[in-house]
Design a protein around this ligand. Structure first.
Ligand code: HEC
Ligand SMILES: [Cu+2]
Length: 355
């Protein structure tokens, strides 16, 4: 009996999902039709979950919405009915209507029914919380995400990979799940990790490790945003999750594990990097630079964006960034180093060798 109930609910869910997907996309103004005519989903659409935790939360929201909508319809119709039926008539004789004191049946009904509704909502919520807080299986991919003002540090402790701002994870086939568990830490203040299509929001709190997990069902780029005001540049602390096939992901890991490639043409830029305080804040593996205040730059050129998604990673933007970070991201904690044009060119060429 329980399974058939669940199946009907699932079917209702998928229909409601389709409707809500379109409504949501329309509301967000992001519904675009590709060549095939199929709607393509915006990378932050909360109505298009693509991972089990986001999916369970979405299902629960639909259930709660449906229950509360039903209550609303019942109450509003009774109200309208009473207003119309019992409005003051022309021939009203001014007498009070018959007064009814107490009815066990009515009182029982309006006590028991709400209690049952609340119990149902409670149990549905508890089930979703249990799913979302699923303990980590031993073989899951583990990532440590550290929130910094105003960028993300990502560490893969078992794979010895460190990167920033662009998280890569393997796609998870529901038949053979390969979830990713993310441990959430903070280097300074409260941040919040929220990639709406993959999971709910979880805060990164100093000295209080949190965790979450995702199992994205489709490859692609999923976007999000630090969802907790953490300082001036909170708005440009963007989240980018690249979900790749297992092969592409393994390949990416291989590349990230290489020490930075050396190139002699850029030795002047490297010298500036190592004498102009850059190396106090940034790490380039295989060189003397091992600062940890700013993003790891060992494979900077493997990233599509710089400054936590604030700008595309192009030579012009890189040069502008090191000339004056404020131009791209006001309030960023990287200082402008007052370099001259020739130093900027050399430094930019060096950064471009960090593949
Ligand atoms: C006081 C510490 C500090 C110094 C010194 C510093 N940086 Fe940074 N750098 C940062 C921080 C913090 C960020 C992240 C800014 C953000 O996204 O909000 C950053 C970001 C960057 C980025 C973008 C990385 C990415 O993946 O988003 C590059 C490139 C960079 N710095 C290069 C340099 C160079 C070159 C120098 C020397 C001229 C330098 N930095 C000096 C702290 C520093
Ligand atoms: Cu933040």
């Amino acid at each position: 009996m329980q399974t058939s109930g669940m199946q009907t609910r699932r079917m209702n869910n998928s229909f409601a999902r389709g409707v809500l997907h379109v409504v949501g996309a329309l509301v967000c103004g992001k519904l675009s039709f590709g060549e095939s005519g199929a709607p393509s989903t915006s990378p932050t659409n909360i109505f298009a979950p693509a991972s089990t935790p986001a999916d369970s939360i979405f299902g629960l929201s639909l259930f709660v919405l449906a229950v509360t909508a039903a209550i609303f319809v019942v109450v509003a119709s009774l109200l309208v009915y009473c207003v119309v039926k019992f409005k003051k008539r022309k021939d009203d004789d001014g007498r009070e209507p018959a007064q009814v004191y107490g009815s066990n049946q009515v009182e029982l009904a309006w006590t028991v029914i709400p209690v049952l509704i609340v119990a149902a909502l409670f149990m549905a919520t508890a089930r979703v919380i249990a799913t979302v807080q699923n303990p980590q299986p031993g073989n899951a991919l583990e990532v440590i995400a550290v929130g910094h003002q105003f960028w993300w540090e990502y560490r893969y402790p078992r794979l010895q990979v460190v990167t920033a701002n662009e998280l890569h994870v393997p796609v998870s086939d529901p038949a053979h799940p390969t979830p990713t568990f993310i441990k959430l830490l903070s280097a300074d203040t409260d941040h919040s990790f929220w990639v709406p299509r993959l999971a709910g929001k979880t805060d990164l709190i100093p000295n209080h490790p949190n965790s979450m997990w995702i199992d994205p069902h489709e490859t692609g780029l999923y976007l999000g945003q630090c969802a907790q005001y953490c300082g001036t540049q909170h708005a440009k602390m963007l989240l980018r999750i690249y979900v790749q096939s297992q092969n592409d992901f393994d390949h990416w890991i291989q590349e990230q594990r290489q020490p930075g490639r050396r190139s002699t043409d850029a030795s002047q830029g490297q010298r500036i990097f190592e004498t102009t305080a850059c190396m106090n804040c940034h790490t380039v593996a295989g060189t003397a630079a091992n600062g940890r205040f700013g993003p790891d730059l060992t494979h900077l050129m493997s990233r599509d964006t710089i400054a936590a998604g604030a700008a595309p990673n192009t030579p012009e933007n890189l040069r502008l960034w090191i000339r004056n970070p404020e131009a791209i991201k006001p309030g960023s904690l990287m200082p402008a180093m007052e370099l001259n044009d020739q130093e900027l060119d050399a430094l930019t060429s060096y950064l471009e060798t960090l593949r």
